[in-house]
Design a protein around this ligand. Structure first.
Ligand code: C2E
Ligand code: CA
Ligand code: CA
Length: 794
């Protein structure tokens, strides 16, 4: 019953039931009022009938009195005035006619000399109207209504003159009609209790009244509306309160045979209560009936409303509250019938169903990588945290493996993004093959993947890493191309390397970075490696100063033309003379310098120093150009052309002296930008060579679009050139194709005579390597040049 507010459905339902019952109530009251109206008419008609009856009865009574008096007049005892005999006869007569109050005889002196009711002495009746009239008209006379002097009763007197032979009045016989005869009529009429029958004169004085005449006779009703209406209308009906205070319905009519017409009126009053008794009883019955029906209807409304509407509405409300609270599994639990509520329930259920499907889809999208369908970084972190919690409870280890495809960017740019996408998908599948069902594999971003290995310790993780390495030995088939793909892997372990997901991911990341740097297929995080990192970080911090403080210096490695046997060029290779660690080789600081951006000032330093040195050589008559290595960051830096042109100017160097060495991967990382900057530098007269050629994913025909003069075949192909027929084939093919494209070819890392011989036989243009000379300081190079050392013809 809580929450029963005015607008609650239950209240509204009950109101509805109430309003549907209300017209019946109105009808009942209307009928009741109609019935009362009808009863009024009925009662008044009855009363009028009775009044008329009384009035006409009165007529008869007068006629009877006339005849009775005429008969009486013939009696000698009456005519001759023997008082005693007369008295006796009249008294006998009175016994026979109880409706009369008295009989009597009046002498010529107008005094009463005999009477049925005995009286002390003769009474003078000359003042009575009927006496005067009878003497005047010598005919039957009707008197006024009066209170009898002898009888003390309300009566009407009739006089009948008895004439002698000469026509003079001998006596007047009279009869006093007891007006209580009216009582008789009223009693016979079977009137309801407290009904009245009244005679009033024109002054509103009550002449007689049924019942209790003695109580009312002589009283005036003149002030009452009824009396006024009677005088106004003569005959009619009225609704008034009697002198006794009871409300009645009245009907009135003039009394026939009154001495003067309109001098006396009969009125009949029936108590309203009695008149309306039936109508009121019916009303009561109807009201009780309606009350019962109404209560039943309300009860039915309550029960049925509850059963068919309210319970279902409440179920729907409960449902929507659950839904609002975020519970998408909730259902209404109502039948899907064809009623509105059933349809609503169905709509709700359908809506939640599709909502939960969509939410699941959205959740899936938010936690999965759209390309591979693998969990994303967000989900990985979440799962890893879960796995760590379980491992913590069960006292077990967890291994996290981070993988990164080597040189993926190059593949992407060389073969196009669609192919790169295929590679990512295939790579994911390849890793998945090795993992267990319970392991999670995720793609973090780009070419970075991660695997959670629950319960795996160091040994387990290394086993998996080795399996992955083996599984990657099979080449990938991408759009008809066969591609060798390697990955660098980093391993971090719970609890040794971190207690939470974020730390583990960080440590695995460092380990993976080390793996990439070292070229090892995988690396397990080690705190000592962190120390190394620290050393490298301090080294990088020091490098900044080293560049400014001229701790760097260049070694020069000559290139020998196979046509002339003489030095045709020289490559500048940087070294760092560290105050504590001595000479640091470039592979220890070039990569970190590239990652921190320090490579830019470093390269500028090398360019300045190499060009300065070249200027010195030129002045000394050593006509030679210098080759400088550029890294990716340099080549993609839009400021590079301006900076180089500025250096050329300040060092008064000829652009022709400069050759820039770039790798395939530098070009393939961002070919458009590389093309733009290469073109601008080339227009300045600077030459380009492709360093470490053969190790990347570029094709010669693609590279030809760039302004390049020279290819430097990578050391790795030259190394086994005398034993490995594949390498021989590759090298000779490169040379043939390069020459077709009008590119000259330098072979790097030539260490033996046999390598030299093969290269010469394949028409390689130049060589660079320990066979002829290691990278040397500037003085040694000058000596070498001056010694005019050359390679033997054969
Ligand atoms: P790179 O550009 O391929 O340089 C040639 C490397 O091969 C040099 O190593 C050189 O000493 C080595 N080398 C030459 N002939 C032989 C040989 O017959 N056998 C063997 N095993 N090695 C030979 P280095 O000087 O240690 O330089 C390593 C790499 O460091 C260079 O490879 C280059 O990528 C980078 N580097 C060196 N100096 C610079 C520089 O000034 N700027 C940039 N960006 N990178 C540089
Ligand atoms: Ca080089
Ligand atoms: Ca090289």
């Amino acid at each position: 019953m809580k929450n029963l507010s005015f607008w609650s459905l239950r209240v509204l339902l009950l109101l509805l039931v109430f309003f549907s019952v209300a017209p019946a109530l109105g009808l009942i009251f209307y009928t009741a009022s109609e019935q009362r109206r009808f009863a009024t008419i009925q009662a008044q008609e009855n009363a009028l009938q009775l009044a008329r009856l009384a009035s006409s009865h009165h007529d008869g009574v007068i006629e009877a009195a006339h005849q009775l008096l005429a008969a009486l007049a013939r009696l000698s005892e009456v005519r001759n005035g023997n008082a005693t005999a007369c008295d006796r006869i009249l008294a006998d007569l009175l016994k026979q006619y109880p409706i009369y109050a008295n009989f009597g005889v009046i002498g010529p002196d107008k005094r009463i000399f005999c009477s049925a009711i005995p009286h002390p002495n003769s009474i003078d009746a000359s003042d009575r109207a009927y006496v005067q009239q009878a003497f005047k008209t010598h005919d039957f006379a009707i008197g006024d209504y009066q209170i009898g002097r002898i009888t003390k009763k309300a009566s009407i007197n009739f006089g009948y003159p008895v004439l002698d032979g000469t026509g003079r009045i001998q006596v007047v016989v009279f009869a006093a009609l007891d007006l209580t005869w009216l009582n008789q009529i009223a009693a016979n009429a079977n009137l309801p209790a407290h009904s009245t029958l009244t005679l009033t004169d024109r002054h509103g004085i009550v002449l007689t009244r049924y019942p209790d005449p003695e109580k009312w006779v002589g009283k005036s009703e003149a002030d009452r509306p009824l009396a006024r209406k009677i005088l106004d209308q003569g005959e009619g009906v009225a609704d008034d309160q009697g002198l006794d205070g009871i409300p009645r319905l009245y009907a009135f009519t003039p009394l026939h045979g009154a001495p003067e017409p309109g001098s006396v009126y009969v009125s009949v009053g029936i108590p309203k209560e009695a008149a309306f008794a039936q109508a009121d009883r019916i009303l009561m019955h109807n009201l009780i009936g309606l009350g019962v029906v109404g209560i039943l209807a309300l009860g039915a409304g309550w029960v049925f409303g509850d059963l068919f509407i309210l319970r279902r509405i409440h179920a729907l409300i409960h449902f929507t509250k659950q839904l609002t609270a975020g519970d998408l599994s909730v259902r209404t639990g109502l039948s899907h019938d064809r009623g509105e509520l059933g349809q609503l329930a169905q709509a709700f259920d359908d809506m939640t169903q599709s909502l939960s499907t969509k939410t699941a889809a959205v959740k899936y999208e938010a936690t999965h990588d759209p390309l591979t369908g693998l969990p994303n970084r967000f989900l990985l972190q979440d799962r890893l945290q879960q796995v760590i919690l379980t491992a913590h409870r069960e006292n077990k280890p967890v291994a996290l493996l981070l993988l990164d495809i080597d040189r993926f960017k190059e593949v992407n740019n060389a073969l196009g993004h669609p192919v790169g996408d295929i590679l990512l998908k295939q790579f994911g599948l390849r890793i998945r093959e090795v993992l267990r069902e319970s392991d999670t594999l995720a793609r973090l971003e780009g070419d970075k993947f991660a695997g959670i290995l629950p319960s795996a310790g160091l040994e387990g993780a290394m086993l998996v890493a080795n399996k992955i390495r083996k599984n990657l030995e099979r080449p990938f088939l991408l759009e008809g191309l066969s591609l060798d793909v390697n990955a660098s892997m980093g391993i971090a372990l719970y609890p040794e390397h971190g207690m939470d997901a974020v730390t583990l991911i960080q440590k695995a990341d460092i380990a993976m970075y080390v793996s990439k740097e070292s070229g090892e297929p995988f690396f397990t995080y080690a705190a000592s490696r962190d120390q190394n990192n620290l050393r490298r970080l301090t080294l990088i911090g020091e490098l900044r100063q080293a560049i400014k403080q001229d701790q760097l210096f260049l070694l020069y490695q000559p290139q020998i033309s196979l046509q002339t046997g003489r030095i045709s060029g020289v490559e500048a290779l940087v070294r760092w003379k560290h105050p504590q660690h001595g000479v640091v080789p470039p592979d220890q600081f070039i990569l970190p310098a590239e990652q921190t951006g320090l490579i830019k000032p470093l390269t500028l330093w090398v360019l300045k120093e190499a060009l300065r040195q070249c200027g010195v050589w030129q002045r000394e008559g050593i006509q030679i150009g210098v080759a400088v290595n550029l890294s990716a960051r340099n080549l993609l830096d839009p400021k590079l052309p301006d900076q180089i042109s500025e250096i050329l100017q300040t060092s008064k160097a000829d652009p022709e002296w400069l050759e820039l060495e770039i790798t395939e991967s530098v070009i393939m990382t961002d070919p458009l930008r590389a093309m733009d900057i290469l073109t601008r530098l080339n227009k300045m007269g600077i030459r380009f060579s492709i360093d470490d050629f053969g190790t990347g994913y570029s094709s010669l025909s693609y590279l030809r679009r760039f302004p390049i003069d020279t290819l430097k075949i990578d050391r790795s192909f030259v190394k086994d050139i005398t034993e490995n027929p594949d390498d021989q084939a590759i090298v000779s093919a490169i040379i043939v194709m390069a020459h077709r494209l009008k590119l000259s070819v330098v072979a790097e890392g030539v260490e033996t005579e046999r390598q030299l011989a093969f290269l010469r036989s394949e028409n390689c243009d130049s060589i660079q390597g320990y066979l002829f000379c290691r990278p040397v300081p500037v003085d040694e190079f000058k000596e070498l040049w001056m010694s005019k050392k050359s390679i033997p013809e054969h």
